[in-house]
Design a protein around this ligand. Structure first.
Ligand code: NDP
Length: 324
């Protein structure tokens, strides 16, 4: 048995229940992991509220780190006692222990703690693919990245600086602006008090940017398109302010033959080889000190609802984790 978070109806954080669950033994291709730290991500809110459909009752959570307790038939890349971490797979991360597909588990280097791993696997792998695979950010380029003081955002600020790029970060408060700057954002725009498109034009001397990374969604989408230079790439990768409404493709044509992608981490990590390469790059960035993982909120697993409330009310910065 283990303590875990479950929900049997969608809604606010109050639908989350802290319960005892049967963990069981791993079947073929599976592993049982005793978790030491668990990541809380904005995507967890989308599942809880029903924005992303899920069959109920359900567990929640897509990120964690811990020790392998047992492996099922056919699992050869990990063994009991190994330190591992993951991002993705089936919902159920908010638990003391879980049985899960083994192919998403990667070995955790000794120099990276469980807490750091739980705070960076989903967010850090996301930044890795956004800045190096969805679009290859080059030295000297100026890019626009929304929600720059959040979990994904603070990693992106540092990673972009390591690539030699100038990241313009948007944030919702003065404190968050300072934080993003301290983590490498070359310019910061407070989108609650400043006009984003105007500021991007000023910063880039009217040139605009070749790529926009937009996880805010509904509130920022069209302004983001306005910040792109002709043939620029719009990377719409989240919906923290709500889903982007349907729009006409003419919006892309009139702004100069823009490109658009709506990526998800799972599409980049589904091949084991790619997952290992991405995790290796992330571990390297963190081990070298170029990217520091900021865990600015920690909650006991039982208080998962409080963690989600903090995240969706924009009270958090950097990463949020749960401790079993
Ligand atoms: P964050 O820590 O970045 O939290 C979300 C932030 O979004 C808030 O802190 C807030 O910052 C900003 N925000 C803007 N408008 C709103 C609003 N109306 N309500 C709430 N927040 C708002 O979360 P994560 O680091 O976990 O994730 C960041 C984003 O990236 C999410 O949208 C997430 O879904 C997406 N994502 C997508 C992935 C993918 O592969 N597609 C993978 C991982 C994350 P501020 O106060 O500064 O405005």
């Amino acid at each position: 048995m283990a303590k875990a978070i479950r929900f049997s109806r969608t809604g606010g954080p109050e639908v989350l229940e802290y319960v005892d669950v049967e963990v069981g033994d791993p079947g073929p291709g599976e592993a049982r992991v005793r978790q030491h730290a668990i990541g809380v991500n904005y995507i967890d809110n989308y599942y809880r509220t029903g924005l992303y459909p899920v069959s109920l009752p359900s567990g929640l959570g897509l990120e964690g780190a811990g020790v392998v307790e047992a492996v099922g038939e056919g699992v050869t890349h990990i063994k009991p006692g190994d330190r591992v971490a993951y991002a993705g797979g089936p919902l159920g991360g908010y638990s003391e222990a879980r049985v899960m597909p083994a192919h998403i588990l990667v070995h955790l280097p000794d120099n990276i703690s469980f807490e750091t791993a739980a705070a960076m696997m989903l967010r850090g792998l996301t930044v890795e693919y956004l800045l190096t695979r969805t679009y290859q950010v080059k030295q000297g380029e100026t890019i626009l990245f929304h929600a720059a003081a959040g979990g994904v955002g603070l990693i992106a600020c540092q990673w972009a600086r390591a690539l030699g790029a100038n990241l313009i970060g948007t944030v919702g408060s003065k404190e968050k602006a300072e934080l993003a700057k301290a983590h490498g954002a070359a310019h910061v725009i407070n989108y609650n008090t400043e006009e984003v498109v105007q500021r991007v034009l000023e910063i880039t001397n009217g040139q605009k940017v070749p790529v926009v990374y937009d996880s805010v969604g509904k509130e920022t989408f069209f302004k983001s398109l306005d910040c792109l230079r002709p043939r620029g790439l719009m990377v719409s990768f989240g919906n923290s302010s709500g889903a982007v409404p349907p729009f006409s493709l003419t919006e892309l044509a009139t702004r100069g033959s823009l490109y658009i992608t709506r990526p998800s981490l799972m599409a980049y990590t589904s091949k084991r080889e790619e997952l290992e390469a991405m995790a290796g790059a992330l571990f390297q960035m963190v081990s070298s000190g170029k990217v520091k993982i900021e865990i600015n909120q920690k909650f006991p697993l039982a208080d998962a609802a409080k963690a989600q409330t903090a995240l969706e009310s924009r009270k958090t910065t950097g990463s949020t984790i749960l401790l079993p």
